[in-house]
Design a protein around this ligand. Structure first.
Ligand code: FES
Length: 104
C-alpha cells in the first residue's frame, strides 16, 4: 500500500526545472520540479548505480551522468540505450509547503 507518507523536503528547497537527491528511510530518492509539478524516483540508475541527481534534467527527462541513459521522471520509463530497466517512481503529495513521498 502507498500510504506511508514521508516528509521529504520543503517545496522551496527544490529549484525549478532541476533535480535534488535526498535520503529517506535508507533509500536514495531523486526529487524533480518540472513545470510546477514535483516527481520522485529512485536516485540510482538501473544501469550501473550512478546517481541521477548528478545528471542533467531536460523537460521531463533525466539524463544519467555516467552513460547518458534517459528516463522519463513521470513514469520512470527508460527512454534509450543502454537502459533496459525502468526506474522506480514514488507517489508525491504537497501539503503545507512540504513535499511528501509515499514509500512502499
Ligand atoms: Fe546510468 Fe549507465 S549508469 S546509463
Amino acid at each position: 500500500m502507498n500510504d506511508f507518507w514521508i516528509d521529504a523536503a520543503a517545496l522551496d528547497e527544490l529549484p525549478a526545472e532541476d533535480v535534488k537527491g535526498v535520503q529517506l528511510e535508507g533509500l536514495d530518492i531523486a526529487l524533480y520540479r518540472v513545470q510546477g509539478e514535483v516527481y520522485a524516483t529512485s536516485d540510482i540508475c538501473t544501469h550501473a548505480q550512478a546517481r541521477l541527481c548528478e545528471g542533467f534534467l531536460e523537460g521531463h527527462e533525466i539524463e544519467c551522468p555516467l552513460h547518458q541513459g534517459r528516463f522519463d521522471v513521470r513514469s520512470g520509463k527508460a527512454m534509450c540505450a543502454p537502459l533496459t530497466e525502468d526506474l522506480k517512481v514514488y507517489p508525491v503529495k504537497i501539503e503545507g509547503g512540504r513535499v511528501f513521498i509515499a514509500l512502499d
